[in-house]
Design a protein around this ligand. Structure first.
Ligand SMILES: [Zn+2]
Length: 219
């Protein structure tokens, strides 16, 4: 269907990613694609300012949401929700995310800096292994930034963190297929523990150490 808004601004309605180094881009694409069951894939379009507009598109032989398993479907739906984000007035919501690989000051994601670290995300489980997953972390950070932009908070601001973090956990839970506690437990200066309740009611503990540029995850 003809859409005048899309014609007027073909790239304006999608999140824009600023990659810092080639590995940040290839790792990001890997995490996205490995969660979409060969049915969909990341599509990055380079903009004039060097950022990339991010979307997910059907693969050549795929494009069937019914072939996605429960986790992949939740990941797909959550990505679409972040990609097709709207403002409170129903207009296209534009937001930027910096994508790093092994940045010392970004551990998985940094709310204030509107930044994610895909080397850190890569330390978590594969999507179908459950627990704390790479795709769950990616969605957590994207949903957090989507909500931050929705609330009108700019890069560099820390306003609204608790609210956005809670919304991010809801999105993360759907992808992981479990339930994460709202607050992590500190285990010393640079280590914390995230606790997840699995579908069978068992507790799953994930220890995260942020003392190195790439975090260490034990689960
Ligand atoms: Zn968070």
């Amino acid at each position: 269907m003809w859409n005048p808004i899309k014609l007027a601004d073909p790239n304006g309605e999608k999140p824009r990613l600023f990659f810092h180094g080639e590995k940040s881009k290839s790792t990001f694409v890997n995490i996205v694609n490995s969660g979409l069951g060969k049915q969909f894939e990341a599509n990055l379009t380079r903009n004039r300012n060097g950022s990339y507009t991010f979307d997910i598109i059907p693969t050549k032989s795929g494009g069937d949401v019914n072939k996605l398993n429960e986790h992949q479907r939740a990941f797909y739906d959550a990505l679409r929700n972040c990609i097709d984000a709207k403002t409170k007035e129903g207009k296209e919501l534009i937001y930027d995310i910096d994508v790093y690989y092994a940045a010392k000051d970004v551990h998985t994601g940094n709310y204030i800096k509107n930044a994610i670290d895909v080397a850190d995300m890569n330390q978590f489980n594969e999507l179908n292994d459950g627990g704390a997953t790479k795709q769950g972390k990616l969605i957590h950070e994207f949903e957090e930034q989507r909500m931050k932009a929705y609330m009108g908070n700019a890069k560099g601001e820390d306003m609204g963190y608790k609210f956005c973090h809670k919304s991010a956990i809801v999105a993360e839970n759907k992808v992981n297929g479990n339930r994460r506690d709202s607050y992590d437990r500190g285990l010393g200066r640079q280590t914390h523990e995230e606790t997840f309740t699995l579908p069978n009611g068992e507790k799953h503990h994930v220890k995260v150490s942020t003392s190195t540029a790439i975090i260490t995850v034990t689960q």
